[in-house]
Write a protein that binds this ligand. Structure first.
Ligand code: GLC
Length: 555
């Protein structure tokens, strides 16, 4: 795909910044992020040099899974603002040349969605129940769940309801929290509803959607049991009857027709935890979504073979359908890469807190930060688009010592408090070094670091945007400079990549224009002749230290 950038669709090259709205910036002083907060930081994002923002669910929600339990898809959570404020924000972002992607959650709603309330209050077999997945239980009294599926967060994936007559009755499916009932995508009304939801937001100017659990909506006919001892993790080792069923593709072909009926190259990106890469390619077909997070990349450890293999597999897979790659190292569901790269953790893999979060006593943040900075240069030089999760540009580590009585992730509760879950990567951002407030997160100066929705650690201010602003070597300035180079360097973004061999501990590739990206996983070594454009670390006498990376123009 080597046509010039100006003639490429914007999303083939875009660098998108993920805003976890609850933790980004608090503009009304209640300790939770909001739309006002986003508006106040648009200039920062513009300065950072990103092309688009993706905002996690901002709909009215009981917040059992922080917005991923949607009670009304056509409005804004009152704690976050109003619909007119959202429209204002979309316009302001557009004026700054920033595209806006919102999250859509079609696999499940909140149990407070009006349809689910109706379903519970209606009879078995009714039209209202058919919008969700209700079944009779097994056993003499229907006391055994309809099948053996587990929830991703822990425990059974079924919850029994009390019928109108006061007796225990049918069960409903919830692949996630109990308060997140799965929709029945065999029901035409569900299809029509989501088509309406898409149009509602497209009419308000959004440029695209991030589709939550995009591989989950369709379940295998008959809801067959899974083999005992298989877990329901999102990135399953095997195809399970609730992940990656072929029927999902028909839904996306319809959605593509809707996106295409609007001007301005509206896009969608799938959260499809699907492996191998060849299965992802199906979601990327031109008449479907065209974009999907590259979770093989995200689940790589800091290891040259692992990363290279995953990059190769991804590039091969997307080539077959002509889609751009979407690289990602971080999001609101996984341990931050600073910690992962230091500890050799694979996110999303592992059954317990220990597997997922690793051994704190072995954590060397200096190494983690060094690798995360190199990872940034690697990711931003690869062909295609990339996603940055808020705070990644500050090299924020995971917060590992949130007091247990402050944890809010449903994974913590559903795992019976054996898995601390994902709150450690969701702590409200440190904007300033001001320890007496909430490090600039809230406009309410009196709020204090303990009183945001998740408490901030004492050391949070060291990583603040303010502290990094004037330090030319800060991670924030590394991202800014890399993104600036990326804008003008003709070989970056979508296009070709050519590996070249330096040593088995050096990952090196060329992009058009004599551009090279070099990442060193082994001992310090002498770089080739040419001009260094940017480096993750200081280069003396042409020596690139271990865990360092750079971009250069080869002589
Ligand atoms: C997605 C979201 C995650 C959420 C889950 C259920 O994986 O990224 O945060 O808990 O879906 O909606």
């Amino acid at each position: 795909m080597s046509f010039p950038r100006s003639s490429r669709l914007w999303w083939r090259d875009a660098v998108t910044y993920q805003i976890y709205i609850r933790s980004f910036a608090d503009g009304n002083g209640d300790g939770k992020g909001d739309i006002q907060g986003i508006r106040s930081r648009l200039k920062y994002l513009k300065n950072l040099g990103i092309d688009a923002i993706w905002i996690t669910p901002w709909y009215p929600s009981p917040q059992k899974d922080h917005g991923y339990d949607v009670a009304d898809y056509l409005d804004i959570e009152p704690d976050y603002g109003t619909l007119s404020e959202a429209e204002l924000m979309i316009n302001e972002a557009h004026q700054l040349g920033i595209k806006v992607i919102i999250d859509i959650v079609p696999n499940h709603s909140s149990d407070q969605h009006k349809w689910f309330i109706q379903a519970v209050n209606s009879d078995p077999g009714s039209k209202a129940r058919d919008r969700y997945i209700f079944r009779d239980g097994r056993g003499n009294y229907g006391e055994i769940p309809p099948n053996n599926w587990h929830s991703v967060f822990g425990g059974s994936a079924w919850q029994r309801i009390i019928e109108k007559d006061g007796r225990p009755g049918q069960w409903y499916l919830h692949l996630f929290a109990v308060e997140q009932p799965d929709f029945n995508w065999d029901n035409q009304e569900v299809h029509e509803y989501f088509e309406k939801v898409l149009r509602f937001w497209l009419d308000r100017g959004v440029d695209g959607f991030r589709i939550d659990v995009a591989h989950g909506m369709v379940k295998a006919p008959g809801l067959p049991d899974i083999e005992e001892n298989l877990s329901s993790e999102m990135l399953a080792a095997r195809r399970l009857p609730f992940w990656d069923q072929d029927g999902v593709h028909e839904i996306y072909r319809n959605w593509r027709r809707i996106l295409n009926s609007y001007p301005g190259d509206r896009m969608a990106v799938a959260e499809a935890w699907v492996s191998p890469a060849s299965r992802i390619a199906l979601y990327l077909r031109p008449d479907e979504l065209a974009n999907s997070f590259n979770f093989d990349f995200l689940t790589s450890i800091w290891d040259i073979q692992d990363l290279k293999r995953n990059i190769d597999l991804s590039l091969q897979a997307i080539q077959s359908v002509g889609a751009p790659a979407s690289w990602v190292f971080n999001n609101h569901d996984v341990v931050r890469s600073v910690d992962r790269f230091a500890l050799g953790l694979r996110p999303g893999v592992g059954e317990t807190t220990f597997d997922r979060h690793g051994d704190v006593s072995k954590l060397n943040l200096e190494i983690g930060i060094r690798r995360a900075r190199s990872g940034a240069l690697l990711m931003l030089a690869l062909p295609g688009g990339a996603y940055i999760y808020q705070g990644e540009e500050l090299a924020l580590p995971e917060v590992r010592d949130i007091p247990e009585d402050r944890l809010e992730d449903p994974r913590w509760f559903l795992s019976e408090k054996t898995d601390k879950g994902r709150d450690g990567c969701r702590v409200p951002l440190p904007w300033s070094a001001n320890e007496s407030g909430s490090f600039g997160f809230s406009i309410n100066e009196k709020l204090g670091k303990e009183n945001s929705w998740l408490p901030q650690p004492n050391w949070w201010g060291n990583y603040s945007a303010e502290n990094q602003e004037h330090d030319p070597n800060s991670t924030l300035n590394l991202y800014r400079k890399a993104l600036e180079i990326r804008k003008t360097e003709i070989g970056l973004g979508d296009g070709e990549l050519e590996w070249f061999n330096m040593s088995d501990q050096v990952l090196a590739f060329k992009r058009p224009g004599n551009f090279a990206c070099i990442v060193n996983f082994g001992e310090a070594f002498k770089i080739p002749n040419g001009e260094v454009l940017i480096a993750s670390t200081s280069i003396e006498d042409g020596i690139l230290p271990e865990d360092g990376a750079l971009w250069m123009r080869l002589a």
